[in-house]
Design a protein around this ligand. Structure first.
Ligand code: COA
Length: 147
């Protein structure tokens, strides 16, 4: 098993965080390193990351959960999420592609309906539906809530 520490990111790791988010192909906006936790190995490589992203005053989103492909399946995302969840107020929201829903259910998140979403997530959800129709992809976007 790979040895790593989970800790707050430093400015020095900002580029590695952005590279990882691009590598795994998830939302590349709002990547301020100051909000991030990172899993870092002995050589200083960022193996995984995640953040709690605020939208306005009241809405908090668990976001940017990513692990370098070679290091997936070793509990790194779990270690990052447990730390983030331990320090975050509730409720906490997230958005994910449907196939990742079961992972977040393990942490207590539940899918919510459009009418129960804060406005921010309703907007994204609508945009996604349009994009989905255009691209003809099958995967749905889930908005999930904890607490
Ligand atoms: C999703 C991702 C972050 C998981 O990282 P990981 O380090 O491999 O995950 P972990 O090994 O910590 O797994 C955590 C738990 O979730 C489970 N899990 C992981 N991916 C899952 C999936 N797609 N569906 C169901 N369960 C899943 C694991 O079995 C594990 O369960 P356990 O702790 O009860 O045994 C990683 O695959 C990744 O970076 N994917 C690409 C980016 C992405 O899709 N991010 C999510 C954006 S919403």
């Amino acid at each position: 098993m790979t040895q790593y520490d989970v800790r707050p990111a430093t400015e020095f790791e900002s580029a590695q965080i952005k590279d990882l988010i691009h590598l795994v192909g998830i939302n590349p906006s709002g990547l301020d390193w100051k909000r991030f936790l990172v899993a870092v190995d002995e050589s200083g490589q960022v193996l995984g990351c995640g953040q709690i992203k605020p939208h306005g005053k009241d809405i908090l989103e668990l976001a940017s959960i990513a692990v370098v492909p070679q290091f997936q399946g070793q509990g790194i995302a779990r270690a990052i999420m447990e730390r983030l969840l331990a320090q975050s107020p509730r409720p906490l929201y997230l958005m994910c592609i449907a196939h990742n829903g079961p992972m977040y259910e393990k942490f207590g998140f539940q899918t919510i309906e459009y009418k129960d979403m804060p406005k921010y997530f309703q907007r994204i959800s609508k945009l996604f539906s349009v994009a989905k129709a255009v691209r003809r992809t099958e995967e749905d976007l889930l908005v999930m809530k904890l607490g």
